[in-house]
Design a protein around this ligand. Structure first.
Ligand code: NAD
Length: 261
């Protein structure tokens, strides 16, 4: 029998951290080795689950895990990536909201350790990415593409990482570059919609876990691809599956597409 993969959860006191701990018993090949969060997080030093106490010192815990799962903020992720490189540990990154420079740092680290990063670990969303790319390819430039997303009132970045991934998928299908095509805000006298652009709209409020729709708006018809997350278990299960998959992989930058292949 192979021994379980030991995981550490960074951001263990947060919403996704709790969802990961709740989902863990369904993943028999994984075992909780360490639980980490900021020094100020409630419950520091106390048992969080499975006999593991919440800790703030990642460097002191690297002997206790094989793969780190990170759902924090970009500064927390980048500090953790450095520790994982130093200790030769793999990392699953669920945190969103990286600047292009921060994303580059993650990509550099992936030359030394295995890194699986996804703005959305849900299997349904990953299916929607493939559908959006296909729809954009079929519908071509006669349909306008818009991405609408809604999240809970505590979310700090916009548009969501998933909205951006859906925009990138649609851009690939339509043979556009999202960097040039994206329109992130409209206000005042904007003029008519420019062809070949991809618009984003953001809704924030309540306890919405995550709704995303890619709209393809044509003359006389409209196609919508929608995903609605009703709880965080779907992200947690995907990230845990990614951690099991990542263990023992060579250094490299992986995505949920690789995990599900
Ligand atoms: P949250 O605020 O509930 O939890 C974040 C936790 O990280 C908190 O406990 C906080 O104390 C901790 N943290 C923040 N900075 C830290 C640091 N520097 N070092 C250590 N710990 C730190 O947020 P959440 O809803 O759990 O989301 C966390 C991140 O995951 C966000 O970026 C969110 O957008 C992203 N997210 C991604 C997916 C996905 O599938 N990829 C799904 C849901 C959320």
């Amino acid at each position: 029998m192979t021994s379980p993969v030991r995981i550490a959860i960074l951001g263990a006191a947060g919403r996704m951290g709790r969802a990961l701990i709740d989902a863990l018993p369904q993943h028999g090949s994984l075992k909780l080795g360490a639980a980490l969060d900021r020094a100020e997080a409630a419950g520091q030093g106390k048992e969080i689950a499975h006999g593991v106490a919440l800790s703030a010192e990642l460097a002191a815990q690297t002997a206790n895990f094989d793969v780190l799962i990170d759902f924090t903020r970009p500064d927390g992720t980048l500090a953790a990536v450095k520790q994982c490189v130093a200790a030769g540990r793999g990392i699953v990154i669920g945190t969103t909201g990286f600047t292009p420079e921060q994303r580059e740092e993650v990509e550099l680290a992936a030359q030394q350790i295995p890194v699986c990063i996804s703005g959305n670990f849900s299997i349904g969303v990953n299916l929607c990415l493939a559908l959006a790319e296909h729809a954009a390819r079929v519908l071509g430039d006669r349909f306008d593409i818009e991405v609408v997303e809604a999240h809970h009132r505590m979310k700090v970045d916009a548009p969501s990482g998933t909205a951006l991934m859906l925009g990138e998928a649609a851009a690939r299908g339509a043979q556009l570059s999202l960097k040039d095509a994206a329109v992130y805000a409209r206000e005042g006298h904007t003029g008519a919609r420019e062809a070949g652009t991809i618009g984003f709209a953001t809704i924030r409020g309540g306890d919405v876990v995550g709704d995303h729709t890619v709209m393809f708006l044509g003359d006389g018809e409209r196609v919508e691809i929608t995903h609605k997350a009703s709880n965080r278990a779907n992200f947690a299960n995907g990230a845990l599956r990614a951690a099991a998959w990542l263990s023992g992989k060579p250094a490299g930058l992986y995505s949920m597409k690789d995990v599900l292949a």
